[in-house]
Design a protein around this ligand. Sequence first.
Ligand code: NAG
Ligand code: NAG
Ligand code: NAG
Ligand code: NAG
Ligand code: NAG
Ligand code: NAG
Length: 661
Amino acid sequence: MSFTLVVKYQILAVIFATIALTPVDSFHFKFPSFQDENDPDIILSNNSRIFLDAIQVTPDARGVVLTNFSGRVFYKSSVQLWRNKKGKLEPATFNTTFVLNISPQTPTGGEGLAFVLSGDDTLPENSEGEWLGIVNATTNGTSEARVVAVEFDTRPSYPEDGVDNHVGVDVNSVYSIIQEPLIRYGVNLSTGMDVTVRIQYNQNLSVFVSMNGSTGEYMKTPVISVPINLSEYLPEKVFVGFSASTSIHTQLNCVKSWEFNSTDIVDEENQLLWVWITISAAVVILISGVGFFFYWRRKRSMEKPEDAYPRIEDQIKGSSMAPRKFRLKELKNATGNFNRKFKLGKGGFGTVYKGLLENKEVAVKRVSKNSRQGKQEFLAEVTTISSLHHKNLVKLIGWCYESRELLLVYEFMPNGSLDKYIFCDEKLGTVEQLPLNWETRCSVIHGVAQALDYLHNGCEKRVLHRDIKASNIMLDSEFNARLGDFGLARTIQKRDETHHSTNIAGTPGYMPPETFLTGRATVETDVFAFGVLVLEVVCGRKPGNQNEENNYNSSIVYWVWKLHSRGRILSAADPRMNGDLEQKELECLLILGLACCHPNLHKRPSMKTVLQVIVGEAAPPVVPTERPAFVWPAMPPSFKEDIENSLIGSQLTPFTEITGR
Ligand SMILES: *[C@@H]1O[C@H](CO)[C@@H](O)[C@H](O)[C@H]1NC(C)=O
Ligand SMILES: *[C@@H]1O[C@H](CO)[C@@H](O)[C@H](O)[C@H]1NC(C)=O
Ligand SMILES: *[C@@H]1O[C@H](CO)[C@@H](O)[C@H](O)[C@H]1NC(C)=O
Ligand SMILES: *[C@@H]1O[C@H](CO)[C@@H](O)[C@H](O)[C@H]1NC(C)=O
Ligand SMILES: *[C@@H]1O[C@H](CO)[C@@H](O)[C@H](O)[C@H]1NC(C)=O
Ligand SMILES: *[C@@H]1O[C@H](CO)[C@@H](O)[C@H](O)[C@H]1NC(C)=O
């Protein structure tokens, strides 16, 4: 280290020391509300918690027994209440303002709530009931209690306690040294409304109470003003906070906001000590800071910046019609730093949040960092969607890759996903959404078919969606279907027909039987999933369990096919439509759905045919009345017809047909 550098250090150290010597003469904290359930600035006793933007000093009503609890809540650090200056005691002064909210749960109300100054930050044992969390039967009335409290009593706890609804000052005891009924100040503690309290201490302890906000006229005259020498009862440093209790009489004891100011007095000897501590700390911080700076510079020059997915950007930029690139900061702002409140849903590899970008609502998908597929999915999604443009696809607006965060921005779909509308959740007992009418159902099916036909046949590269299901169909403001979630999509070269398959993925219930053998996604698996979707939308039923090969007994396909074989296919319609539908269209869609779910993949229609059937340009395919058994390997179409013909005519083995060709 050079000489000039040392000099610079010394100058800096002196500056720091001077800052440290400047007296800091106030202690202040403020909680406009209590948002963080694990706020590190608040000490909560066992029965207290922060919930619904308030401190609940005793437990609240959600399913727990409220009787016989006491609780205490303190600010994390203690306040200097007085100091010993050359044998003479010098008191501090303080002000505090807080908003209480007490809701009685039994007709007589619970016990009460108190502002406390205490020598320690623990809750006395057995301090519930009449003891208000201030003392217990042993410590009541003894100097051991080391507590001064301003109680807000909602019922007389003992015969001498006077009227309910009073404020009192308690010193090492629950028997107040002074108390005052509140009703003549226009305050009733037990109404469940907010009560604002201000407590001031400058040798006199003054309490102001108001029910109409801090500007009320009663805030000008104290309810109680009593001279009290706190240093006689309390140690130099005290914890400030609240206590409360319930007995067989219960109430909710909440504190909704809290501000505290005091003159901060520090011992002179301590001050000198602090100067030394500060100087040493400043020097250590400086040296380590400079050391770290050099270390960081050297490290930076030696290493390339770490980047998990270096080529991601090139790949995206290379694709045509590249979506907009966003900064992480913009998207954090848009979603309130990925606030849980804005969560729209959770998918296989990420969470979707609602966001506001330039006054436009958007959906932001945050790809989970621990998802192993995260990067691949992200790439697939960005490169795939950015090259796709269709009115029935959810539009990708932009993307972001920063600090290992992968994010996708989509247009916002105000009506959410289709599954919310078509399934009636019997467990909940209520149907949240009105069931869709017949026209909307038809238009949703038509929209999805158009989107899928576009993916399979209409775009530059063939795209398999691979995860068609009701929760992946979004509804825009006019209830048009929009196919979303291309996380599992893969682009496939159209010409490379023989390899138009990729690895297995999808959702049980939407997968055809052959996937369990081949483990492959194909155009036909998409068609199968589409068929299941058609049946769901028409019947208003969940797809059911199809997660085992050939075990379709509980599935919607099996169910509809059974009705078909009994000639009662029309009864499959969702009863919530009350028969308000076109029978011809209904039959056509159900048959089409079954055709798409044919166990033999070669018998399933293409999306082009499906679309023709839906618009009425082609008749629905013929579907056998008995659901054909699943055979593997599936017969390719040319062989199959011959075999079927032969089986109808005679019981010959297929051998002759093959040789006969
Ligand atoms: C609460 O305490 C009272 C008085 O000690 C007692 O009579 C009552 O049984 C207790 N209730 C419960 C639920 O513990
Ligand atoms: C009262 O509280 C003190 C301190 O928490 C404890 O030592 C004592 O045992 C308690 N007394 C009763 C009767 O629970
Ligand atoms: C305070 O309000 C509660 C609840 O509204 C009521 O039951 C009680 O009688 C009121 N007390 C006084 C003193 O007015
Ligand atoms: C405390 O209150 C008394 C009487 O209410 C008053 O005379 C005195 O001036 C007050 N002291 C201070 C320091 O405000
Ligand atoms: C407060 O009490 C302490 C200790 O008993 C005493 O030394 C001090 O003089 C008192 N202060 C006042 C203002 O009476
Ligand atoms: C408390 O409030 C009063 C009146 O607003 C003010 O005069 C006094 O300085 C305050 N004391 C502290 C410690 O903030």
